[in-house]
Design a protein around this ligand. Structure first.
Ligand SMILES: [Zn+2]
Length: 153
């Protein structure tokens, strides 16, 4: 996505990074997983320049990670939905967040909590629900803002 190809790298990680190695791209995918869909929502969440956001969304579309869906005709407006290909990056985003919480912790705790959709229990990095003790997969995890962060704002 950076327009940078890792030529000479015979490596699966390098090939994946050609698509998602740009930080805006992963943050857009993160926001999509939080339920954001529209250009102005991404712009507000990320504080990203409009031309950069347009470029990243176009590339995500070209790579088949998002689907553009028109929600208004005049003026024409689109929203973005994750494809299966994007949903399969959920583990990357989940574990990146867990890594960030461990090695770059926020004093107020994790900004978002990963929760089990069956019972609302917190899901740990071993993908076990703290409440019902069941193994959890990514399709049954949702996130919400950690209340400890809401108090500050
Ligand atoms: Zn549970």
């Amino acid at each position: 996505m950076l327009g940078r190809m890792y030529e000479g790298q015979d490596c699966s990680v390098a090939r994946a990074l050609e698509v998602v190695g740009d930080r805006w791209t992963l943050l857009i995918l993160r926001d999509l997983s939080f339920g954001l869909k529209r250009f102005d929502e991404f712009q507000q969440s990320l504080g990203i320049a409009p031309n950069v956001l347009t470029d990243r969304l176009k590339r995500l579309d070209q790579e088949g990670l998002v689907k553009r869906v028109r929600y208004q005709e005049t003026p024409e407006r689109f929203e973005y939905r994750q494809t299966k290909k994007a949903l399969e990056l959920q583990p990357v985003i989940f574990f990146l967040a867990k890594w960030g919480d461990r090695y770059r912790p926020d004093p107020l705790g994790p900004p978002r909590l990963s929760l089990h959709d069956n019972c609302g229990g917190k899901v740990n990095e071993k993908l076990v629900c703290s409440r019902c003790k069941k193994d959890v997969w990514f399709d049954s995890i949702y996130t919400e803002a950690n209340p400890t962060h809401a108090k500050v704002k």
